[in-house]
Design a protein around this ligand. Structure first.
Ligand code: ADP
Length: 345
């Protein structure tokens, strides 16, 4: 926002102004825990996304430190599966990250529109996430916040991981005790609760990928955590319950989920590549994940959200309730007719 029009901007309203030298294009693309994301363009017409730290947080040193940290960690990364981070700047007391603009939608929105995904689609998506994670882990970084809203899907079927706000180096680094429990509880591995203060491990990202895959397949949490559960209940369920079987998935896929979601880090896949290999064997031989995902994206425009469970129709176009009704009708007619014939000699 320029200094002359520094008014209070309601987060969901379209903005017809600038952030630094960038012109804001329309409504916000989304809003996270710390920032609002806008589509913008520079003077040459190049399009970017700008993540603007909430103004009220931009006055707190801790949040500015985290934002700067997010930029420093992500700026050096270069992988097609990770959103590029270009610059960090302050403008009129707001802190902004300039990002690669990803045309498409995040997986949370995708699930909202399509309902649970078919196993092939969910597996293909997770394979791409694991590719990006394998690269990240090789750079000695962990993402620590893998979840549907942080996985963006492009119309070409590319997957891009965003939000490195809580990413950390696997060793070294200035990990504080408070940092150790940062993340989104339902995606956090059990070892991250209870004062675990060691360096974060890639194994926790594998676990989060297990929760992510389960959600893609069912739209539900593997441990039965619901949106109304508070933090204490959530932690209790995650740490004491076994993951639920996924009805739409075969035995192999259920076994992979079980292994990724093991409570003991040592029992999980030892790295992202290993989990990807296991999943890849489940894809149909001729399918290339990217093509499958482009088809998945194309479905978004065609299907309406599944609000009510519709009862599948029988081959004749009759529902089970219709058949019961018809049976009842035939029985009554039969009774009337037989009474009539019995009376008439
Ligand atoms: P959260 O804190 O909810 O994980 P972010 O603050 O990173 O998420 O982003 C909020 C939303 O903005 C995302 O869910 C996504 O829909 C959108 N978004 C984030 N980054 C980009 C980008 N680089 N390009 C396009 N949309 C994005």
């Amino acid at each position: 926002m320029t200094k002359n029009n520094a008014t209070v901007v309601l987060a969901d309203q379209p903005r017809d102004d600038t952030i630094g030298e960038y012109r804001v294009l329309g409504r916000p693309l989304g809003k996270g825990g710390m920032a609002t994301v806008y589509k913008v363009e520079d003077a040459e017409g190049n399009v970017f996304a700008i993540k603007e730290l909430f103004p009220e947080l931009g006055r707190q040193k801790e949040f500015i430190r985290r934002f700067r940290r997010e930029f420093e960690l992500a700026a050096g990364l270069n992988h097609p599966g990770l959103v590029r981070h270009y610059r960090l700047f302050e403008d009129n007391l707001t802190w902004n990250l300039v990002l690669e603009y990803v045309e498409g939608l995040d997986c949370k929105a995708l699930l909202r529109k399509l309902g649970p995904l078919a196993p092939d689609e969910a597996v293909a998506l997770t394979c791409e996430v694991l590719d990006a994670l394998a690269y990240l882990h090789r750079q000695k970084l962990v993402h620590r916040d893998i979840k549907p809203s942080n996985v963006l899907l492009t119309p070409e079927g590319r997957v891009k991981l965003s939000d490195f706000g809580v990413a950390r180096p696997t060793a070294g680094g200035d990990l504080t005790r408070a940092d150790a429990v940062i993340g989104t509880p339902v995606y956090m591995a059990p070892e991250l609760f209870g004062g675990h203060a060691g360096p974060p491990s890639p194994s926790a990202d594998i676990y989060a990928c297990g929760v992510f895959l389960h959600e893609l397949l069912t739209r539900r949490n593997p441990f039965g955590v619901g949106s109304k559960d508070d933090l204490v209940t959530t932690i209790a369920k995650i740490t004491t319950t076994a993951p639920r079987r996924v009805a739409s998935a075969n035995e192999e896929l259920n076994d992979i989920l079980k292994k990724a979601l093991a409570a003991e880090p040592a029992e999980r896949f030892s790295n992202a590549g290993e989990m990807r290999e296991a999943l890849e064997t489940l894809l149909p031989p001729s399918s290339i994940p990217r093509r499958l995902l482009a088809l998945l994206y194309a479905r978004v425009g065609k299907e309406k959200p599944t609000k009510k469970k519709t009862v599948p129709k029988e081959p004749l176009g009759l529902r089970p309730a219709d058949l019961v009704g018809l049976g009842f009708l035939f029985a009554v007619v039969g009774l009337v007719l037989s009474a009539f014939f019995i009376k008439v000699p």
